[in-house]
Every structure is written in structure tokens, then in C-alpha cells.
Design a protein around this ligand. Structure first.
Ligand code: HEC
Length: 489
């Protein structure tokens, strides 16, 4: 093995340009933002971010990096050999960065790029200033890929929403939203998004579509799209919208954050919007001036981990939330304070709802049950009932808009309809062949759509639970098997 490596390295050396063999240096210009910043982001920002950085060294702004942490400026421009930053990258003792217990040293080629940048004066690109947020700048330089004409594999159906007239169903695709005719199950539209996937979708009363999602670990967004705008092109009856650069389609970006948005909720009067996600925050907007004038009202940090679900009370004054921190919580929007915490799940909580009279909360998650809890703010949240039956985690929980029904989507491949008052299961809808990730109810309340991990979309009549239609939510893909009648021609 050793001999093999020697042969390879000899071959490598012989391929290198002459200056290298002569001990010369590659001195081609290094761009900080193009060449150096991505190395810092991938290997250092996890510990040296803006919030509570290790060694008190925030590397996400040049001015902060050059201020140094517990020690002085780690960079001596022009002199990599005297720069503490290079020392720690090359160190073989406990001072090495990234720390030995968390992984390998940076590859020599990456260290060489950083050394070259320092030897060339540690300059920053002309479009940057010392106070530029490097994370944001890198995000801005990233451009989304164009959607594939035909998918070669099905994508997870992470979010679904019916259009206000109930005739279309919008689903999450790969860097796009797909629009399907509910009667025929045919694809009618595709809307390119910067976001890799939508985790939540909701239509506003005026017909605008709000999508929350992002790229896991990279960025999150809440964006508002106008599906009534003119498409960029129409091919074989499918309208292609550009939700990345066409300002008539992408009407507003309400939120840009560092990690994926997981959930959205719209108040009953349509005037308040809430979003929660992997940055542990819940953001709240006032939509009453219309989407152009929509204002961020509150950014609530009430959970210790990702926020998976949000729901408004019927009067719009309270907001319930569900989190990976194993709790459901209730927030008083007017008083801007936490009202109560329901801790009984002892497992991640994925969905939450509030009874219309405001006296009960419902939450469900990893522990496979819906739990209802009384809302008496002087005594905290007390468990009232449990609704068990799912054989896998409950991944989504929604409330029917007209009846006292709860609907759950589960990793046991089924969807269930529950009577919230009696805590009895009314119907189990089986047919999906993988975890069910998303559910939506049509505006008039009698059709339910569900989407699964392996890309199936299924439509059901409720409350009787009969299957109406099923199709693949990925353009160009077919379902392996179908259980419903052929669509109308
Ligand atoms: C897993 C966490 C972690 C990662 C990843 C990490 N560091 Fe550190 N870094 C630390 C800790 C902890 C300290 C403080 C060590 C001490 O004070 O003894 C530190 C200190 C430093 C310091 C000294 C700061 C000062 O002024 O005291 C520098 C410079 C540094 N790191 C650079 C880097 C670079 C460059 C990277 C990426 C290649 C990186 N670190 C990645 C945890 C990390």
C-alpha cells in the first residue's frame, strides 16, 4: 500500500507545472469571496459563527475576523508564516483547527489557498466591505438549477395546497412548485423557485401563494408567488413560471434566513401569517396592508430547537407551536409573552392545532399520538385526552376548517380523520406505499390531498374516506400502482 501511494505521488509530482517542482509558488490571484470564504464557511463557521463563537472569534465578517478572538488579529497581511490562522491550520498539537476531536485537518490544497490569499495581502473583493455578512454574500452568489424537464426519480411530497377555487393542487418539487389539475391529475404548471423544496404552502384570500422552505442547512425563505401572472412560456399545456427572477411571479420575499423554514399558518381572517423553522424562531407578519405592505411584527424565540408546526387561535390572538424540543407551546400575540408549555410528548412534536373555542390545544408527533390539553393559563397545560392508533410517528396534524375534525399524516403510510370531540378515529385512509409527509383540505372541505415520501399524491373524499385519484407529483414519473379509477379525459 505504501509503495502504491509513493508511485501515485511521484506521478502527481511529475504532472505538476515546472514552477512547482522548482519550489516556486502558484501566485495566481485569489478572490476572498470565491476561493477563501467557502472554505471558512464549510469548515469554520459552525464554531466561529456570529452567535457565541468559540475562542470569541467570529469569522463571518472580515472586520470581526481581523479583530481576533481571545488573541489578536490572526492574520498578518503578506506574511502567512507569521499568521496565527495559518499556524492553527498546520498545527499538529491540540491547537489545530478544526479541533482534532471534531475531524481531520484541512486538505493541504485548501490551506495553500488561504496562505496565498494572506501572502497576496489578505484583501477582500471590491464588492465587499469589512462589515459584509459573508454568509449572506455567499448565499447571494448561489443560483438555483433549472428544473428538469422530466424527473428521473420521484421527489418527496413535503407540502401541498389547494387553490382557492379547489381546481388545482400545488405541490413541492425540486427547486420548483408543480401545479396539478385535481380533476384529471394532469400537470398544468411549474414554478421555478430558489428554494430546493417547499415545506409549507398556503394560499392567501387574494389568491397569492405563500411558500416556506429552503435548502437544508444553507438557507430558508418565505416567498409570495402570483400564479395569475403571465408564464414565461407554455409548452404542451404546461405553464412555466419563473419564481426566481420574474418580479411579477415572485411578488415578495418575506423572509430570508440561515436554515429551512418548516411551517406556515394563516389566521382565519387572513390578516396574520406565521412561519417557523430550523432557526428555532417563529416570525409573525401583519398582512392587512396587502402583500406589498406586509410588515414583520414579531420574531419569537420561544423554543430550544426547530419549530415544526404553528397554528393560530380562531380569534387570531394566540399562536400555538410544535417543536423538536419535545414541547408544544402557546404564545400571546398581543402581550408578546409565552402563555404555557405542554411537555407530555417527551418526543419531538410535529404538529399543533387549537380548538375553535380556544379552550383546548392538540399536538402530535414522534410518540404516535394526538394529545389534547386544556388551556387554563393559571394552571399551565393539563393533558385531557390521547388519540392513539397510528403505528408510526405522526408527521403532520391539521384541523378541518368547518368541522371539529383533526387530520393526521403518519410514517405508518396512512392518513387518519379523527373526531376531536369524541377522540375517536372516523376513518383510516390506506393506500400510500411510503411515509405520508403532507396533507391539505380543499376550500369547500370535502376533498383531502395527501403526499408521500416516494412522491405519490392521493386524493380522498372526506368524511367517507374513499380514494378519488392518485398520481405521481414528479413531472415525467408514473405511480408504480394505482388504486383509483382512470381520470376523466
Ligand atoms: C468544532 C469547533 C471548531 C471548529 C470547526 C473550528 N474551531 Fe477554531 N476554535 C475553536 C475553539 C474551541 C477555540 C478556542 C480554543 C482555545 O481558546 O484554546 C478556537 C480558536 C480558534 C482561533 C484562535 C482565536 C483566538 O483569538 O483565540 C483561531 C484563529 C481559529 N480557531 C481558527 C479556526 C479556523 C480557521 C477554523 C476552520 C478551518 C476553525 N477555527 C474551526 C473551535 C473550533
Amino acid at each position: 500500500m505504501v509503495r502504491f501511494l509513493m508511485v501515485v505521488s511521484l506521478l502527481l509530482f511529475s504532472c505538476l507545472p515546472a514552477w512547482s517542482q522548482q519550489g516556486g509558488r502558484d501566485n495566481s490571484p485569489v478572490s476572498f469571496i470565491r476561493d477563501v470564504a467557502p472554505i471558512f464557511k464549510e469548515n469554520c463557521f459552525g464554531c466561529h459563527g456570529a452567535k457565541n463563537p468559540k475562542g470569541k472569534l467570529d469569522m463571518t465578517k472580515i472586520e470581526a475576523l481581523r479583530k481576533g478572538g481571545t488573541k489578536d488579529d490572526p492574520i498578518v497581511p503578506g506574511k502567512p508564516d507569521e499568521s496565527h490562522l495559518v499556524d492553527v491550520l498546520k498545527a499538529s498539537d491540540a491547537s489545530r483547527m478544526p479541533p482534532r476531536e471534531t475531524g481531520d485537518a484541512l486538505p493541504a490544497a485548501k490551506i495553500a489557498v488561504i496562505e496565498r490569499w494572506i501572502s497576496q495581502g489578505a484583501k477582500i473583493d471590491s464588492e465587499l466591505t469589512p462589515s459584509t455578512d459573508i454568509v449572506k454574500q455567499l448565499r447571494r452568489r448561489w443560483t438555483p438549477p433549472a428544473p428538469l424537464e422530466k424527473y428521473s426519480y420521484p421527489v418527496q411530497m413535503t407540502a401541498l395546497a389547494f387553490s382557492p377555487d379547489g381546481k388545482s393542487l400545488v405541490a413541492s418539487g425540486h427547486h420548483e412548485l408543480t401545479i396539478w389539475d385535481t380533476e384529471s391529475g394532469k400537470l398544468t404548471g411549474r414554478l421555478k423557485t430558489r428554494s430546493r423544496r417547499a415545506m409549507a404552502l398556503t394560499f392567501l384570500p387574494d389568491g397569492m401563494l405563500v411558500a416556506g422552505g429552503g435548502r437544508p442547512g444553507e438557507e430558508g425563505d418565505v416567498s409570495v408567488y402570483n400564479l395569475k401572472a403571465a408564464p414565461a412560456k407554455t409548452v404542451d399545456g404546461v405553464a412555466w413560471f419563473d419564481g426566481v427572477s420574474d418580479a411579477k411571479v415572485l411578488v415578495r420575499r418575506l423572509l430570508e434566513t440561515d436554515d429551512e423554514v418548516q411551517c406556515l399558518a394563516l389566521s382565519t381572517d387572513g390578516k396574520s401569517l406565521a412561519a417557523g423553522g430550523c432557526d428555532r424562531m417563529i416570525h409573525l407578519w401583519d398582512l392587512s396592508p396587502g402583500i406589498a405592505g406586509a410588515k414583520l411584527l414579531q420574531s419569537i424565540e420561544n423554543h430550544a430547537d426547530w419549530v415544526f408546526g404553528v397554528a393560530f387561535s380562531a380569534d387570531g390572538k394566540r399562536l400555538a407551536s410544535a417543536s423538536r424540543d419535545k414541547t408544544a407551546k402557546l404564545w400571546d400575540i398581543t402581550a408578546k409573552e409565552s402563555l404555557l408549555t405542554f411537555p407530555d410528548h417527551q418526543n419531538p412534536v410535529f404538529g399543533v392545532a387549537l380548538k375553535s373555542d380556544g379552550k383546548l390545544g392538540y399536538s402530535a408527533g414522534e410518540d404516535r399520538q394526538i394529545r389534547s390539553w386544556t388551556i387554563t393559563t393559571d394552571q399551565g397545560a393539563k393533558q385531557a385526552k390521547t388519540m392513539a392508533g397510528h403505528n408510526g410517528p405522526i408527521l403532520k396534524l391539521i384541523q378541518h376548517s368547518k368541522n371539529p375534525w383533526l387530520i393526521t399524516a403518519s410514517a405508518d403510510n396512512s392518513v387518519r380523520l379523527w373526531n376531536a370531540d369524541t377522540a375517536a378515529v372516523m376513518k383510516t385512509m390506506a393506500g400510500h406505499t411510503d411515509h405520508v409527509l403532507s396533507i391539505a383540505v380543499s376550500p369547500e372541505g370535502s376533498t383531502l390531498a395527501s403526499g408521500s415520501y416516494n412522491g405519490e399524491i392521493r386524493l380522498w373524499k372526506i368524511p367517507d374516506g374513499t380514494a378519488i385519484r392518485d398520481f405521481s407529483g414528479s413531472p415525467g414519473q408514473q405511480l408504480a400502482s394505482t388504486t383509483t379509477p382512470a381520470p376523466k379525459k
